[in-house]
Design a protein around this ligand. Structure first.
Ligand SMILES: Cc1ncc(C[n+]2csc(CCOP(=O)(O)OP(=O)(O)O)c2C)c(N)n1
Ligand SMILES: [Mg+2]
Length: 545
């Protein structure tokens, strides 16, 4: 008879089966047993400098690959990934948080073991708030079943989950259980049919329908379906900031980014005047909606997400997003003549001005546009990096990662580690403010250690630029590091100081050639300079304070 695998080994097998190849984290005594099992497995451990870095890396890995994992020790490590897990929850990224913990037998009489906060289950309770499913593998009888249940929830809802491994049980064999074949929750056929009938009538009857594609299209892997839908019908498509790049931005039916009054005026008018707005996987957040300047009328909308389907004022229960998307493709939809609609502003060729011409944010992004290639994944941090990047012209889909909703600073550098390991064909272009870089830029050490080669652009405006525009004070200043000398400290990478347009040109050309390790550009900007997009946002936010 085949012996049953140990609980930890079963978890590893299941992660592998779902496409995970790397696990990010930092060990500790409560999780050493599992680290040993990982070390002997087909999964590769990636040691970051800090747990939050591991959390962000796993999040980006999940966004690129479909599932990510972070593995840390009890509380001191676990609570450091609370923030990155919150980001994954808010932005729908399926990250498996695996935490070591005191053994079940050690918990008798409630001793004061190190790393314990309050009760043994304090950390579990915290993560119940931050995940879609959680479990403590405290019983070999049910451990395998619990692993399956929790991983299934991560994949079904595209949200993080929490698995706690008491250290005295990781090596204990679990009990094989009858695995229900992957639960395929089906749509209610009647409800689906009625929804599709109403959608068909509305789309075919519309004068000027528009598709608005958002983040869930990416998370649920429905990019091809959206593309087919617009190609079949000739209905033009816009994306949101969070959904940026779900449609290749060079597609002939692509309008541009819609973000209410923050975005381009011609796109806003076209989308808001549509008599049939087909919102697919949309996430109605403030930034996504141009700080609530969007005027989208439900009476003229089809709104389909993994959580809700409504058409005009009708809500359809128990219709899965994927089924609805597939159903739309199966409908007889009128193919229309291609009318006039707004198109993204073509990227002007960039020519560096000669001599001591101080670089501006606007010109920086214009030059970065020309740097993007087929293999670039743009990873933007919070601040002007993210706002400016919204105006970048991404040629291919899913090549833009940024925390555009939860907006935690410090995402980009560690996320680039996860993104590149998830898909080694990609070379990350990291856009990060000096403030955010000071939080997690140290993860360039991880980049060096694992031979990765991002191009890291530090937008050095000597402080919290975004905040300066709302309310300034000395609290917005940061200590001016010599960023370009980090390679000396780390013993890897190349550093560049960029002050002029010519400096930028030279540095990016060199970065293109230098692919052995990371390149870091210290782009020195005026503290009050900002991208046109931030201009628009800051003036709106200031009015709300
Ligand atoms: C972890 C975290 N702390 C604080 C904030 C609030 N905040 C939003 S933008 C910003 C300034 C960002 O500064 P920097 O990274 O230098 O980018 P810049 O705005 O200068 O482009 C701050 C402090 C945040 N979003 N995340
Ligand atoms: Mg800054």
């Amino acid at each position: 008879m085949k012996t049953s695998p140990a609980i930890g080994e079963y978890l590893i097998q299941q992660l592998y089966a779902h496409g995970v190849r790397h696990v990010f984290g930092i060990p500790g005594d409560y999780v050493l047993g599992f680290y040993g099992q990982l070390e002997r497995s087909k999964l590769r451990l990636i040691n970051t400098c800090d747990e939050q870095g591991a959390g962000f890396a796993a999040d980006a890995y999940a966004r690129v690959r479909g599932l990510g994992a972070v593995c840390i020790t009890y509380c001191v490590g676990g609570l450091k990934v609370a923030n990155s897990t919150a980001e994954a929850f808010a932005e729908k990224s399926p990250v498996v948080v695996i935490s070591g913990a005191p053994g079940i037998k050690e918990r008798d009489k409630n001793p004061l073991l190190h790393h314990k906060v309050r009760e043994f289950d304090t950390q579990k309770k915290v993560f119940e708030q931050l995940t879609i499913a959680s479990t403590v593998l405290s019983d070999p009888q049910t451990a395998f079943q619990e692993i399956d249940r929790v991983l299934h929830a991560a994949l079904r809802f595209k949200r993080p989950v929490y698995i706690e491994l008491p250290r005295d049980l990781v090596a204990t064999p679990g009990i094989g259980h009858h695995r229900t074949p992957e639960i395929h929750e089906r749509s209610d056929p009647k409800s689906l049919r009625a929804a599709l009938a109403e959608a068909q009538e509305m789309i075919n009857g519309a004068r000027q329908p528009v598709v608005l594609a958002d983040v869930e299209v990416h998370r649920f892997g429905l990019q091809d379906q959206v593309l087919q839908l617009v190609q079949k019908t000739n209905i033009p498509v816009a994306a949101t900031v969070m959904g940026k790049s779900v449609i290749g931005e060079q597609h002939p039916l692509y309008l541009g980014i819609y973000e209410g009054a923050m975005g381009r005026e011609d796109v806003r008018q076209f989308v808001e005047r549509s008599d049939c707005l087909i919102m697919l996987g949309a996430f109605m957040t403030d930034i996504n909606l141009g700080v609530y300047t969007a005027r989208l009328d439900p009476a003229r909308s089809i709104y389909a997400t993994s959580e809700k389907l409504s058409i005009r004022y009708h809500t359809y229960e128990e219709v899965r997003f994927k089924d609805f998307m597939r159903g739309l493709l199966g409908l007889r939809l009128r193919r229309r003549a291609r009318g006039a609609f707004p198109r993204p502003v073509p990227v002007p060729a960039f020519k560096a001005r000669k001599g001591a011409v101080r670089l501006t944010v606007k010109r920086l992004f214009a030059r970065l546009n020309a740097f993007l290639s087929e293999n670039t994944v743009v990873v933007a941090d919070v601040g002007d990096s993210l706002f400016g990047a919204a105006d970048l012209f991404i040629r291919h889909r899913t090549e833009f990662l940024g925390p555009a909703y939860y907006a935690s600073m410090g995402f980009a550098v560690p996320a680039s580690v996860g993104a590149q390991l998830a898909n080694p064909k990609l070379r990350p272009l990291v856009l990060v403010g000096d403030g955010a870089f000071q939080m997690t830029g140290v993860e360039l050490a991880t980049t060096a250690r694992y031979g990765l080669n991002p191009v890291v652009v530090v937008l050095n405006n000597r402080g919290y630029g975004t905040e300066r525009h709302m309310q300034d004070g000395p609290y917005n200043d940061v200590w001016p590091w010599h960023y370009s000398r980090l390679p000396d400290l780390l013993g890897a990478g190349r550093g560049f100081i960029v002050q002029t347009e010519e400096d930028l040109d030279r540095a990016l050309e060199e970065a293109q050639r230098w692919t052995k390790s990371f390149c870091l550009l210290d782009v020195q900007l005026e503290p009050l300079d900002r991208s046109p997009a931030l201009d628009r946002l800051a003036s709106r936010l200031a009015k709300r304070l």
